[in-house]
Design a protein around this ligand. Structure first.
Ligand SMILES: *Cc1c(COP(=O)(O)O)cnc(C)c1O
Length: 383
């Protein structure tokens, strides 16, 4: 056999992954194996995945336009609903032009692989998402990674007018924010371009949910490429890339994962459009989420896990060892709490963690119950 398909080593190291079947999932709860769990593993930070406005929009679009886009965007797949979504996104975020992708993974591949040639440099935060790291590795550009959020380390690597700096708004496994003042300053001084992946900041942070740049007082023009996803706080799935008209026109012509891929289904696009409208008015949900975050952090402060300096819905508890992390997650599951056990290679070795995510859909008593279960599970683990 030409391939080695054995997973024994991964299993022995506590690194084997398995695919759970979920019967139903929303921001607060999920059902699996015929049982109900409190869901602390999703990215539905505002609970929009279940919002009646989004369901109604998807329903109506399915009835009016059907369920498929029928073709790739440059053929006949790009419809009025897509154009409306692009222009409302651009208005909301202060971008000149926007284009849609079926996923954040493909959006990141598109930008990095079509923009950078072998004469370019690409500087990435060490904790950037796998889709960015992989795009960089596959692009012909010379890639350098800099220590997480370390502006001095980045400054030491930069070359003038030579390429692209990429970082995240909110880091997906740590929950902390990128230093966008520092990044914008370094990019401007060195005349390099800057790209933000704001998958976890969009909808949650900033004025009217505009994301991390708004939260940190950075003007949209200081960042040449903005990427965001619809599968986290917006509650649907898909992604966009925004920037200048010239950038978007260039990507329409060169981005292979755009040109050679069926466009987003109309019901999905209509649901995203409803989410974009709703999220701008969602200050109450954002306030609620902030309250729940505060309650959680106070509740777990005394537990024997490192709590990362995160002010966002992503609240990881660092356990360290892979098997202990799995055991803790299993104990929580027995008690009716579903949390993610995140292990290498998703996070650096020795930093396996419970990735706990909060949603405005949670109730205060859900947080109280989770903190109680974590306290008990930690006690058992210490014995
Ligand atoms: C989830 C995520 C992506 C990928 O987006 P999908 O739409 O799920 O493919 C990209 N970047 C970051 C930081 C993410 O968290």
């Amino acid at each position: 056999m030409p391939f080695n398909l054995s997973l024994n080593e991964r299993e022995a190291a506590g690194l084997k992954r398995s695919l759970p079947v979920i019967e139903r999932v929303g921001g607060r709860q999920l059902w699996a194996n015929g049982l109900a769990y409190l869901n602390f593993a999703g990215n539905d930070y505002l609970g929009l995945s279940q919002a009646p406005e989004l369901r109604a929009a998807a329903d109506a679009a399915a009835r009016e336009f059907g369920v498929g886009a029928v073709a790739s965007p440059l053929v006949v797949g790009h419809q009025a609903v897509h154009r409306t979504l692009e222009s409302e996104l651009a208005d909301w975020l202060g971008l000149e032009a926007v284009m849609l992708f079926s996923s954040g993974f493909s959006a990141n591949q598109a930008v990095i692989k079509s923009l950078l040639g072998k004469e370019h440099w690409l500087w990435q935060d060490r904790l950037n998402h796998a889709s960015l790291q992989e795009a960089g590795a596959l692009s012909p550009a010379r890639m350098q990674r800099f220590a997480h959020n370390d502006m001095a380390a980045l400054a030491a690597k930069l070359k003038p007018e030579a390429g692209l700096i990429v970082s995240e708004g909110v880091f997906s496994m740590d929950g902390d924010q990128g230093d966008w003042q520092g990044l914008a300053q370094l990019a401007e001084q060195s005349r390099n371009w800057l790209m933000i992946d704001d998958a976890h900041g969009l909808g949650v942070l900033g004025k009217a949910g505009r994301g991390t740049l708004s939260e940190q007082g950075i003007a949209a023009e200081q960042v040449q490429i903005t990427m965001g996803t619809f599968g986290k706080a917006l509650g649907v799935s898909g992604a966009f890339v925004g920037g200048s008209r010239a950038l978007v026109d260039y990507l329409h012509n060169h981005a292979r994962s755009y040109v050679y891929s069926t466009h987003l289904p109309p019901p999905q696009s209509a649901a995203i459009l409803a989410a974009v409208r709703l999220v701008q008015q969602a200050d109450d949900q954002r306030d609620r989420l902030r309250q729940l975050i505060r309650q959680f952090r106070e509740g777990v402060a005394a537990l024997p896990f490192a709590l990362l300096p995160s002010a966002t819905a992503i609240q990881p508890l660092i356990v360290g060892d892979e098997n202990s992390t799995l055991a803790l997650a299993a104990r929580l599951r027995e008690r009716g709490f579903w949390v993610g056990a995140i292990r290498p290679p998703t996070v650096p070795k020795g930093s396996a963690r419970l990735r706990i995510t909060l949603s405005a859909a949670h109730r205060s008593e859900d947080i109280t119950a989770l903190v109680g279960a974590l306290t008990q599970a930690a006690r058992q683990e210490q014995r």
